[in-house]
Design a protein around this ligand. Structure first.
Ligand SMILES: [Cu+2]
Length: 91
């Protein structure tokens, strides 16, 4: 996780900028039909600080980009869980 943070920082070369965009991938194993990704995407987009959501239905994955000053992994997991789709961070 720390390694990924450093890589992101280097790519953006945004030293001194407060916002630190982070990307995580969540596993959402209970997505079982083509409508599920829509619900999951909406639940994540509603979280303050989320800037991008990319759900892959076939792989049951949700890639989320967010500002880690505004939200965190737990809030993202809570968002999908509250929408009916428990998720966990993909290692
Ligand atoms: Cu469905």
């Amino acid at each position: 996780m720390k390694k990924r943070l450093i890589t992101t920082g280097l790519l953006l070369t945004t030293f001194g900028v407060i916002a630190k965009p982070q990307t995580i991938t969540l596993e959402v194993p209970t997505m079982n039909c083509p409508v599920c990704p829509i619900t999951v995407t909406k639940s994540l987009e509603k979280v303050n600080g989320v800037t991008d959501v990319e759900v892959k239905f076939e792989e049951r994955l949700a890639k989320v980009t967010f500002d880690d000053e505004m939200t965190n992994t737990k809030a993202l997991i809570d968002a999908t869980t509250n929408a009916g789709y428990p998720s966990l961070v993909k290692e």
